[in-house]
Write a protein of this length. Structure first.
Length: 64
């Protein structure tokens, strides 16, 4: 749960929930959901998640 709280602080614009398969679902109005592992096995997983969320935010800004 500590990871979930840290992610909620880092990405306050996104609604974060845990799926039945123990993955994280990031959702935001106007954007497709983004899924990530709840327990990443690789240090690059967090960087990849940040890249996906940044890319989605940029697409929302362009669309607005």
């Amino acid at each position: 749960m500590k990871r979930l709280r840290e992610l909620q602080k880092a990405y306050p614009d996104w609604d974060i929930s845990i799926t039945r398969g123990n993955h994280l679902r990031f959702s935001r109005k106007g954007a497709p959901p983004i899924f990530a592992s709840f327990t990443p096995s690789d240090w690059r997983a967090d960087k990849d998640l940040a890249r996906k969320l940044r890319h989605a935010n940029q697409n929302l800004a362009v669309a607005a």
